[in-house]
Design a protein around this ligand. Structure first.
Ligand code: ADP
Ligand code: MG
Length: 292
């Protein structure tokens, strides 16, 4: 009966919006006790919007946004899109940046109008030997609202900050509650900073978070939990998430996410929201009950 039931389950999964790569992934999913979820693009819409531009003394808003957006035109990160779109909407003209460099999990650097410009998180500015100075309180207040704050550095000094908000998907709160009830221990992992991560997690009733996670560390977090004997599933959408999806006992990709994430995963959620995981868990429990 086993192969037949699994084929049926795979077919039912597809009807329920979950593409299941193979029978092994399905069987492993029943035993999963920890579900790690990426924040951006998985719990949230992944379509952040620019909500604030705050210049440091001696700089102005349009200048700070011009520097940030000129650099971000070279990046494909969702945060970059938000900043470029924000500049367009505010009719801020962008320059052509040169020497563009992306620093994974931290930000971007380059030359704009002949000046050295960088844009990114606290880790990036601390790598540059800077601190957020007078802007720290403003930055923290924004983070406590769940926003992602990025600092703009001009010729080695902070010129201001830009802040971006990414709303939670409408389906996320109910799906998380159902997943708790289906016995998953849920951990949110994000490259975003601790303060922003906590604000989002609190709103969603998630009590375990791993913040400031560099892309390569997501897979390591999973390895450590596996070494403690846990079976781990990971849900993510980004190019950055692919190694973690491959490391997990069951990798779960958002169908709306990057192709390499989908290729690395055992499950793909066609609609790109967590409802598919709820249905998959119910389905796999029903299927395995029938087999035994
Ligand atoms: P996540 O795991 O939340 O999808 P990433 O690992 O892609 O996040 O990025 C982590 C952090 O690095 C971001 O929150 C941001 O502060 C910074 N960052 C990454 N890429 C960029 C970029 N293109 N511009 C500005 N900041 C960036
Ligand atoms: Mg992501």
């Amino acid at each position: 009966a086993t192969p037949m039931s699994i084929m049926t389950a795979t077919g039912r999964g597809a009807q329920a919006g979950v593409l299941i790569k193979n029978a092994e992934a399905l069987e492993r999913f029943e035993k999963v006790d920890i579900l790690i979820v990426d924040k951006t693009g998985t719990l949230t819409e992944g379509k952040p919007k620019l909500v604030a531009v705050l210049p440091e003394d001696g700089h102005d808003e349009a200048e700070v946004l011009r520097l940030a957006a000129s650099l971000e035109r070279g990046s494909e990160h969702p945060l970059a899109e938000a900043i470029v779109r924000g500049a367009e909407e505010r009719s801020v003209e962008m320059a052509d940046a040169t020497d563009f460099e992306a620093i994974t999990g931290k930000g971007v650097k380059g030359t704009v109008d002949g000046h050295a410009v960088a844009l990114g998180n606290a880790a990036l500015i601390s790598d540059m030997g800077l601190d957020s100075g007078a802007l720290v309180e403003t930055a923290n207040a924004r983070r406590d609202e769940g926003e992602t704050v990025m600092f703009v550095v001009l010729d080695g000094a902070i010129a201001g900050l830009v802040s971006v908000a990414d709303p939670v998907k409408e389906t996320t709160p109910a799906a998380l509650k159902a997943l708790h009830d289906l016995d998953f221990r849920i951990i949110m992992a994000t490259g975003d900073n601790e303060r922003t991560a906590k604000a989002v997690a609190e709103k969603l009733g998630i009590d375990e978070i791993r913040a400031d996670v560099l892309p390569e560390d997501k897979a390591n977090i999973i390895k450590e939990l596996q070494a403690q004997g846990f079976k781990v599933a990971m849900a993510g959408d980004g190019v950055n998430d692919a190694p973690a999806l491959a490391q997990a006992d069951v990798g779960i990709a958002m169908g709306t996410g990057a192709d390499v994430a989908i290729e690395s995963a055992g499950f793909t959620l066609i609609k790109g929201n967590l409802d598919g995981i709820v249905r998959a868990r119910r389905l796999v429990r029903a299927t395995m009950r029938n087999i035994r």
